[in-house]
Design a protein around this ligand. Sequence first.
Ligand code: GLA
Length: 696
Amino acid sequence: MSVEFDVDHRLWLLRTRESAYAFRLDEADRVRHVHWGPPLTLEQATQITPLPNPVGSSFDEPFDDRPELATEGGAFFGVAGLSVRFADGTQAVEWAYAGHDTQDGLCVRLRDRHYPLEAELHYRVRGEAVERHTVLRNTGTEPICLLRTDSAAWTLPRRGDYRISHTAGAWSAEAGLLRENLPTGETTLTSRRGVSSHQANPWLMLDDGTATETRGEVWSTALAWSGSWRITVERSHTGRVTWTGGFGHEGVQWRLEPGETWETPVFAGLYTADGFGGASRKWHAYVRDFVQPHPEELRPVVYNSWEATGWDVDEPGQLRLAAIAAEAGAELFVVDDGWFGARTGDTAGLGDWTVNRDRFPAGLGPLVAEVHRLGMGFGLWVEPEMVNPDSELYRQHPDWVLAMAHRGRTTLRNQLVLDFGRPEVADWAYKWLHRLVADHGIDYLKWDMNRAFTEAGRPGDGDPGRVWVEHVRAVHGVLDRLRADHPALRIQACAGGGGRTDLGILARTDEIWTSDNTDAFDRVKIQHGFSQVLPAGVMAAWVTDSPNPLTGREAPLEFRFHVAMAGVLGLGGALTKWTADELRRAAELVALYKEIRPVVQHGTAYRLADPAVSPLTAVQYVLGDDVVVLFARRPHDHGRPIVTPVLQGLDPAAIYHEVGTGAVHHGAVLLAHGLPITLTGDGAASALVRLRREPR
Ligand code: GLA
């Protein structure tokens, strides 16, 4: 990685292929942001000088440059990303520079001039991203109270205006993309739910209001954390924009004990001049190259029984589904909720991870063997972090759940959250998971998490804020251990759909259950939001029944397939009720998906139209000479014009022939006019077009 240091200016420069990032130490050893944007040389970066605050006064800071990680103290009035209180009540930090090294990225060391606190600001270039995190150390003999410990702050160059892109949503309505003017003042995006959440997702993009999907400067960051988090964006009265973010939400505090080290999660950022699509492609490349455990693999076509059977899971029913799923081309068969304990609904049994013998009289063995015989992998649903109060586990260990003294225990979906931060709880979970996987030859787990934290404490513990962080670290830890012990095991991350969609969980799972909403019309928008940062190769998408069980809407089979084929295709319908014709067509489409799968899952993605604006959307994937375009037109008003999107990322000088029809297209024409597709009627319609570039 490229790190350069200018001794005279005390300035560091990090370079990616298409961007540069610079910061410096000022005279008081405060770490000041200098540049994040287009490539610069070290010499060029040293010429950027801080501007005096436009209106000098005794109510403002003298200079309008921003800290790399703001602390309280001095004439700084923005959001402190690092806020600590020492034992004597002092709540300001004064840093002294203590050196830097470049052994593993760049580490800038700081220590407080008086108090026993050390900090390390870490930077690492990975692909087009700059990864940052912070490490704190208490070198004294008394605890230090940590009020806020963000991973990093990010600052934009001055622009005339600013716009923020992020997602908002809910259970079964995840990843709704918003692109809105950034107000002056402070805008906080956050989750207080213990997971990264359906409601907001820990990434954002900023631009000056003029960027489009294909053009313009975009600055974006994503936090690798699977628990509650907070990012505060400040657009100051001087027109500067900085955001600071990290784990924990407001009011959560921690006590840093003498000798203890506190490490924050990675907050990664990247700059592009190629619009929002360019930003997404850089994120996708980063996720594949540096986050996913097995990016080289192709994800299998999963059949999952949840929408087909709900909790009515038993051996004969699953065997029937498995036979049809195998015929349809499924490669992995997943038994969802309801196979264990007294779990015949959502009121009992969660926590009792032994096979329900009423439903599987001979255990899971015969089903696993048959699924394997049919040539499919076998997967199982688990929800290790949860317990129903009506369970053997809770009767034995009522103290294992998150709780507060003299407070109620709020149930959501009739369940409580196990306190994974306790070593004995995480150890219990690891042991039964390990045994389950080993004893049954399980190839895949769907790891679910179905409720937000409430009363998130630990009675008798003097530092209860820790549960927010320790829980997530322990979940990550159990996943890491399981994977290490079972290298062939693959894991899907799920939290009531996409409630835990983040770079932290993706570092230790293989795909994400995007949403419990499998209605293809809604999925177009959910997938559009999901794709802003995450690649199609981790976006699980099932084809389910029509009418959709959740929304009641009907959609043609091909439409449902074409929408799901833009991600990791799976099947989730009640296949026993499908007609022979539907099953035959499904098998053909699954077979087709297997042909295009490398392009979709490993290719470069282009979003050709915005579903918020156009009923006709299309996503395009390019891998080498192969191109796949998936069109989905939702029902629309009769007689209204619909724009055919132009293709992107092609070679204008090349000829592309259409696989199947043999039609020939010039790259330049596809880039200027798009594909001449005809979708009849005003209802749902879709198309899949495959192109191959001809050798010159
Ligand atoms: C969550 C998941 C669903 C399903 C159910 C089972 O809602 O998101 O896919 O697994 O739990 O209870």
